[in-house]
Design a protein around this ligand. Structure first.
Ligand SMILES: *Cc1c(COP(=O)(O)O)cnc(C)c1O
Length: 434
């Protein structure tokens, strides 16, 4: 096919896309979402709206709040929603019930998890390891947690964390999938290596939960956090979750022991006594409207096997990479997402010249992804509502734009993947949202 003009090769892939869609066992799940003609490849940042959310929120607002008012804390199950919804997320992260609680932002849960982990670790373990390329908030919070607990932070590339852990390491905070490159790390192996070094493992699942299998219990993970507005489609600002392994719960000493985490909150006691189990991770009054939007959003998982989600995610990203290769030479659009499936999350990041301008143009033509400085176009593939024809169309529009911009020299960017260097300053997120 080397002598076939690239655009022709790309057009030939349109039929394949249609065939793949008709054979897709998850195709029907798309009907559970509000969709339109936009090719939406940003569900790794803000998941699409599940259609069950609006009627549920209408009922929550009109009846539960409007009519039942304060009675709803009990009668509508508001008070226990953080644990109840946590138990709905649990199977998606490989956790048995009773270990996941929903509430607060990911940033706040990183703080709770790290400080609590340090408090569980022996005194002489004086360092916290963090993934050097982490999403910035995790690094900022880790630095503060270290200052508060008298430890130091050491930033290490994620693929070197297992080796870097030693007898001074209290805990390591690791991302399951790198938000910029889409690289997937080996959660069981890294957790085992951390444990072998006597350190605790805190995983950030923001870019993996809901996109691929996560095995917290089986891998022996100590603590984990994740957000619910990406692959879990909970809506803008939906609350995050915190996993505390059952065997650690009695020793989980929260740095934010709000009254909701008290063993008997309504005793309004002077003395703090921590609740047993997952509620120990709570802080203050739960964000009921967002929580119940998330609850309704989780209905889309009914009857969906995460193994099928993973298979389709890899199918979509493989197919998109094939389309991209047909759309443009590698000097103009260079994939920075790993090719081996074992190292790939559910997004494809492409490095190109003027990535910001490219993404504005893509969005204007109905293909929504996002841009991460300095040179990365990021496309998230959410298997529940993304079709193979969407992947194809995104590549087709990319090819059109590149054709119209022949002046963008392929050598405009040296081949250094500036956007993914572990030592690169963490990119701002203002271009979109997380
Ligand atoms: C999206 C994301 C966050 C988001 O944190 P918020 O507190 O919800 O703003 C944090 N960490 C990582 C790794 C993320 O991908």
């Amino acid at each position: 096919m080397s002598d076939v003009p690239p655009v022709l090769a790309l057009d030939a892939l349109a039929d394949r896309a249609a065939e793949l869609d008709s054979a897709d066992p998850l195709a029907h799940v798309r009907d559970r979402f509000a969709t339109d003609h936009t090719v939406y490849l940003d569900g790794n940042s803000l998941g699409a709206l599940p259609t069950a959310v609006l009627p549920r929120l209408t009922d929550v607002v009109q009846r539960e709040w409007g009519e039942l008012r304060i009675r709803s804390w009990e009668e509508s199950g508001w008070w226990t929603a953080p644990e109840r919804i946590g138990d709905r997320i649990a199977p998606l992260v490989g956790a048995a019930p009773g270990q996941v609680v929903v509430g607060d932002s990911t940033s706040v849960n990183v703080f709770k998890a790290l400080v609590a982990a340090v408090r569980m670790a022996p005194e002489d373990r004086d360092e916290i390891l963090v993934d050097a390329a982490t999403f910035p908030t995790d690094g900022y919070i880790a630095a503060s947690a270290a200052r508060l607990t008298g430890r130091t932070v050491r930033a290490v590339p994620a693929d070197a964390i297992a080796e870097a852990a030693g007898d001074r390491t209290a805990v390591a905070l690791v991302n399951h999938v790198d938000y910029r490159t889409g690289r997937l790390y080996d959660l069981p192996a890294v957790t085992a290596a951390l444990h072998a070094a006597g350190a605790l493992a805190v995983w950030d699942l923001c870019h993996s939960a809901g996109a691929l299998p996560v095995t917290l219990d089986a891998a022996g993970v100590d603590l984990a956090v994740g957000c619910t507005y990406k692959y879990l489609n909970g809506g803008p600002g939906a609350p995050a979750y915190l996993y505390v392994r059952a065997e650690h719960q009695p020793r989980f000493d929260s740095p934010l022991p709000g009254w909701n985490s008290h063993a008997d909150p309504f005793a309004m006691a002077d003395e703090y006594v921590a609740a047993e189990g997952a509620p120990r991770g709570r802080v203050g009054t739960p964000e009921i409207l967002s929580l119940l939007a998330l609850d309704a959003a989780l209905d889309v998982w009914d009857g969906v096997a995460i193994a099928d989600v993973r298979a389709k995610s890899l199918g979509l990203t493989d197919f998109f990479l094939e389309c991209v290769a047909a759309a443009a030479p590698a000097q103009r659009l260079r994939p920075v997402t790993p090719v081996p499936h074992a190292e790939r999350g559910s997004q494809v990041s492409l490095s190109c010249a003027d990535a910001g301008g490219m993404m504005r143009e893509l969005t204007a033509r109905g293909v929504v992804g996002d841009y991460r400085r300095p040179d990365v176009l990021r496309f998230g593939f959410t298997p529940l509502y993304t079709r193979y024809t969407d992947a194809w169309r995104a590549a087709r529009v990319l090819a059109d734009i590149l054709e119209e911009r022949p002046h963008t020299r392929p050598d405009a960017h040296p081949d250094t993947p500036a956007g993914i260097r572990a030592d690169a300053p963490a990119g701002g997120e203002r271009e979109g949202t997380p």
